[in-house]
Write a protein that binds this ligand. Structure first.
Ligand code: DCT
Ligand code: MG
Length: 521
C-alpha cells in the first residue's frame, strides 16, 4: 500500500551572480512555484507517529514534513497500525501514562523512541538501527531527569567546517534544500537591489549548508558552522519553527523581484536593462517585446526569439549531442584538440542553462588557435546551425600577473553562441517529441586556451562560481598567492607556479584535491 504524504510549499531559487558584468547572460528560471508537492513513501515497513506533547506543534510539524520529504510514512493520528512512536523530552513512562489516559489502542509491538533516532534517520536519509540510546525506557522513578531514557547525539557541526568552499566537499546531494532555497532567493533579491555585501553573505550561507552531510533540525545543529550571520540564523529559526520564512515569502511576492526575475530570464538582459524597463513601468515580456520605442541589442533579440527554448534547461543528453557537434567540427581544424565539457555538467549536474567547453591543442600554433573559433563559426553558419554568436578575441598575455579580482573575466578567446540542436541528434528523443519544430536552441560557450594553461582554465571553468571565488580568496588570504583562470603566482617567491593538472594546482595551494562533483558549492 503506497501512500503519498502531503508537504508544505517549497520553492526553488537559482543562484545569482555577484558580478554585474556582461560576460555571461543566463536565462533565469521562472518564478519559483508554490505548488504543494507530494512525497513517495520509500520505507513501507515503518509507520511513524510523532508525539506533540512536550515537543510543540511547530517542531512536530517541521519534523513530520521533513520525514515525509525523506520518504518516511508519517501518520497524523496515532492508531494500532503505527509501528514507531517518536517523542521528545518524554520518558517511556511518560508515554505509557499518556497512552493510558488517551485510551488509544496501540500495537503491542509499538516502538517508543526518542527524537534522536528520527534525527539520525534524517541524517542518514533512511531508517537507522534502533539502539539502546534511542529506545525510551520505562522508568519507575522519574522524579529526577525529565530526559531519562533519551540521549542526545553530538552535533556533527561541532567538527571543523572551513569558511572556504574549496576546503569543503559539496556534492549535489543537498540535505538542507529547505534552507538553501530560501537563502538563494534572498541573495538574488539583494543582487537585484545591487546590495553586493548582503548578496554575498547569503550566497556563502547557502553554500556552507549545501556541504553539510546532515540536515539542520534545530538551532543547536548550527553551532560551529561558519558563514552563518545573525540574519541567516534567524531565517533558519523561522523555517524550523514555522516551516517557512515570512521574509522569503515577502520577497517572492515583491513586484520588483518578480519583474527582475522575469526580465533577466531573457538572454542578454542584465540588471541595468531590467531596472530601466521596471522604471518605465513594464511588467510583462509581451508588452516589452511589442513596444516600438525600445531598442534591443542583437543578444536581446536572440533572447526573445528563442526564449522558450533557452529558459527550458539543457539536459545531459542534449549536452552530449552538442559535445559531439563541437568535437566533429573542431577536430576538422585541429585534429589533436582536447575538448572538455566544463561548467555544471562536469560537476555532474543533470541540467544546465548552457553547455561550456574548453578547447586546447598541444600541437597547434598561436595562429591555428586564433583561427579556430572563426572557422567553427563559418562552418556552422554554412550549415545553418548558428542562431547567434558573439566572438570575443583573446587579450591573453603570457607574463601578465593573475588578476586579483575574485570575479574577474579571463582573457582567453571565447565565443558565446546559440546553436540549433536537431532533436534527431539527441539520444532518447522520441518521435512524438519532434512534432512541430525539429530543433531546440541551446546556449553554448566555447573557450580556447593555450595548452600550457589548460589546468588553470579547466579549474576556472568547472565552477561552481562560489567554489571559484573561495579558491581565489583562499589563495590570496591564506597562501599569499594570486590565482585566476590563466596562472598561479606566488607573491612571496615572486614566481609563477606551473601546473599540468588540477591536482597540481590544489597541491601548490596546500589544499586536499576536491573532485569536480564535490565542487557544487
Ligand atoms: N565562472 C566563473 N566566474 C564567472 C563566470 C563563470 O568562475 N564570472 C565559471 C564557473 C562556472 C563556469 O565558469 C561556467 O559558468 P556557468 O555556465 O554560468 O555556470 P554553471 O555552473 O555551468 O551553471 P549552469 O549549469 O547553469 O550552466
Ligand atoms: Mg554552464
Amino acid at each position: 500500500m503506497a501512500q503519498l504524504a502531503p508537504a508544505a510549499a517549497s520553492s526553488h531559487g537559482s543562484l545569482c551572480k555577484a558580478h554585474p558584468g556582461p560576460r555571461k547572460k543566463r536565462p533565469r528560471e521562472m518564478e519559483p512555484s508554490m505548488v504543494s508537492p507530494s512525497y513517495d513513501i520509500k520505507f513501507q515497513d515503518l509507520i511513524l507517529f510523532i508525539l506533540e506533547k512536550k515537543m510543540g506543534t511547530t517542531r512536530r510539524a517541521f519534523l513530520m514534513e521533513l520525514a515525509r520529504r525523506k520518504g518516511f510514512w508519517v501518520e497524523n493520528e496515532l492508531s494500532e497500525s503505527v509501528t514507531h512512536l517518536v517523542a521528545e523530552n518524554n520518558s517511556g513512562s511518560d508515554i505509557l501514562e499518556w497512552l493510558h489516559f488517551q485510551n488509544i489502542k496501540v500495537s503491542s509491538q509499538l516502538e517508543l523512541l526518542d527524537v534522536s533516532w528520527l534525527i539520525d534517520c534524517m541524517r542518514a536519509g533512511k531508517p537507522v538501527e534502533m539502539t539502546e540510546k534511542h529506545r525510551l525506557t520505562v522508568i519507575r522513578d522519574h522524579s529526577d531527569d525529565p530526559n531519562a531514557g533519551s540521549q542526545k547525539t553530538i552535533s556533527p557541526a561541532e567538527n571543523y567546517i572551513s569558511q572556504y568552499a574549496c576546503q569543503r566537499r559539496t556534492t549535489l546531494n543537498n540535505c538542507n534544500r529547505i534552507f538553501t532555497d530560501a537563502f538563494d532567493i534572498l541573495a538574488e533579491n539583494f543582487e537585484f537591489r545591487e546590495n553586493e555585501t548582503s548578496c554575498l553573505a547569503f550566497m556563502r550561507a547557502s553554500s556552507v549548508l549545501k556541504s553539510l552531510p546532515f540536515t539542520i533540525l534545530s538551532m543547536k545543529d548550527t553551532k560551529g558552522i561558519p558563514c552563518l550571520g545573525d540574519k541567516a540564523k534567524s531565517i533558519i529559526e523561522d523555517i524550523i519553527e514555522d516551516g517557512e520564512s515570512s521574509e522569503v515569502k515577502a520577497v517572492l511576492n515583491d513586484e520588483r523581484y518578480q519583474c527582475f526575475k522575469l526580465f533577466t530570464s531573457v538572454f542578454g538582459v542584465g540588471l541595468k536593462t531590467s531596472e530601466k524597463w521596471f522604471q518605465m513601468g513594464f511588467r510583462t515580456l509581451s508588452k516589452i517585446k511589442s513596444d516600438k520605442t525600445l531598442n534591443f541589442t542583437n543578444m536581446q533579440k536572440a533572447g526573445f526569439r528563442y526564449y522558450e527554448d533557452l529558459v527550458s534547461c539543457v539536459t545531459r543528453e542534449e549536452a552530449e549531442a552538442v559535445s559531439l557537434m563541437v568535437k566533429e567540427t573542431v577536430q576538422t581544424f585541429l585534429p589533436d584538440a582536447f575538448i572538455t565539457i566544463t561548467g555544471g555538467f562536469r560537476r555532474g549536474k543533470k541540467i544546465g542553462h548552457d553547455v561550456d567547453f574548453l578547447i586546447t591543442s598541444p600541437g597547434s600554433t598561436e595562429q591555428d588557435e586564433q583561427q579556430l573559433l572563426q572557422n567553427v563559426i563559418n562552418t556552422w553558419e554554412r550549415k545553418k546551425l548558428l542562431l547567434y554568436y558573439d566572438l570575443v578575441e583573446s587579450t591573453f598575455e603570457k607574463l601578465k600577473l593573475p588578476s586579483r579580482k575574485v570575479d574577474a573575466l579571463d582573457h582567453f578567446q571565447k565565443c558565446f553562441l546559440i546553436l540549433k540542436l536537431h532533436h534527431q541528434r539527441v539520444a532518447g528523443t522520441k518521435a512524438n517529441q519532434q512534432e512541430g519544430k525539429a530543433w531546440k536552441a541551446v546556449r553554448v560557450d566555447l573557450i580556447v586556451c593555450p595548452y600550457e594553461r589548460r589546468a588553470f582554465a579547466l579549474l576556472g571553468w568547472t565552477g561552481s562560481r562560489q567554489f571559484e571565488r573561495d579558491l581565489r580568496r583562499y589563495a590570496t588570504h591564506e597562501r599569499k598567492m594570486i590565482l585566476d583562470n590563466h596562472a598561479l603566482y606566488d607573491k612571496t617567491k615572486r614566481i609563477f607556479l606551473k601546473a599540468e593538472t588540477e591536482e597540481e594546482i590544489f597541491a601548490h595551494l596546500g589544499l586536499d584535491y576536491i573532485d569536480p562533483w564535490e565542487r557544487n558549492a
